[in-house]
Design a protein around this ligand. Structure first.
Ligand code: GLN
Length: 284
């Protein structure tokens, strides 16, 4: 028997609350599941068929098991791109959007225009794709060690019609031809200290790939590896930008400066946390 949408949402909301999750997420799940608008929901309070009701409640139960909302809906917005995500790939974070947007705005007002861009630990492809779209004259290479993540990244290039990007499976600079040279290198590497992993929210700890999160004993392993080799892969006017965890900015700035990016600077986010480090070989 069909049931009114409002009572289906109420049932979902109770299941979520019992699992310690905010009940209003049930409404969000309902709206994405049926591609409905909030206005039409409240105006019409439509009757929901039994099959649709159980489809919705299956999704509610996945969320009650702490599966991230974006894995259930299957997508996420990132700087105006719609990206497909799911089990096996890190969900792009608003913090990443924030520093990348700041970097893009800084580069827009500048004579420096990247022609070759390297995105290390590319995951869903969010950073590389946003840069490929911003700089259509550039060729972007996105590297990731995870074949699962690369499936999403390639799909995301196709969904968004981005053609000036290619994807390579491997460990950091490892798979690149030795004579490769880039003028913009970006990375959001795994940076969580191993001891911190167990303190992460269940959505992250239980569902997202640890290979995208774990950065060794102090979380800095990937920066050490990146800055040990980076000079072999950059042009002499290269720019570099990496995301960091809160409290890691000073160490990463030091590594970046030692690698030859003299004016490395920490970028602080709206909450005052160090969130990224930007540097360049020449002043830009
Ligand atoms: N910002 C992510 C988190 O806190 C971590 C991403 C990363 O390790 N690069 O879950």
């Amino acid at each position: 028997m069909p049931v009114a949408a409002s009572s289906v949402i109420r049932a979902g909301s109770e299941i979520l609350q019992a699992a310690g999750i905010e009940g209003r997420e049930a409404e969000i799940l309902f709206l994405c599941t049926f591609a409905a608008s909030r206005a039409s929901l409240y105006r019409d309070n439509p009757e929901i068929a039994e099959s649709d009701r159980s489809r919705f409640l299956d999704r509610v139960k996945r969320r009650a098991a702490r599966e991230p909302m974006n894995y259930i809906t299957g997508d996420v917005e990132f700087l105006g791109l719609r990206l497909s995500v799911g089990s096996g790939v890190l969900i792009p974070r608003p913090e990443t959007e924030w520093w990348l947007d700041a970097l893009i705005k800084r580069l827009r007002g500048n004579a420096f225009k990247p022609r070759s861009v390297l995105d290390l630990c590319a995951g869903s492809g969010c950073i590389g794709l946003a840069l490929a779209r911003e700089f259509p004259g550039a060729e972007v290479v996105a590297v990731d060690i995870s074949p699962d993540a690369l499936l999403y990244a390639r799909e995301n290039a196709a969904i968004n019609g981005v053609a000036n990007i290619s994807f390579v499976e491997g460990d950091l600079f490892g798979p690149l031809p030795p004579d490769s040279s880039f003028d913009l290198i970006v990375s959001n590497p795994p940076y969580i200290a191993v001891s911190e992993l167990k303190k992460l929210e269940p959505e992250v700890r239980l569902w997202e790939p640890h290979v995208a999160l774990a950065g060794g004993d102090d979380g800095l392993d990937f920066y050490r590896a990146i800055f040990a080799d980076i000079r072999r892969f950059v042009s002499d006017d290269a720019v570099v930008a990496v995301e960091t965890g809160s409290g890691q900015g000073a160490s990463v700035r030091e590594m970046m400066a030692v690698a030859g990016f003299g004016n490395a600077k920490i970028f602080y986010d709206y909450a005052g946390h160090d969130r990224a480090v930007f540097g360049s070989i020449k002043e830009i």
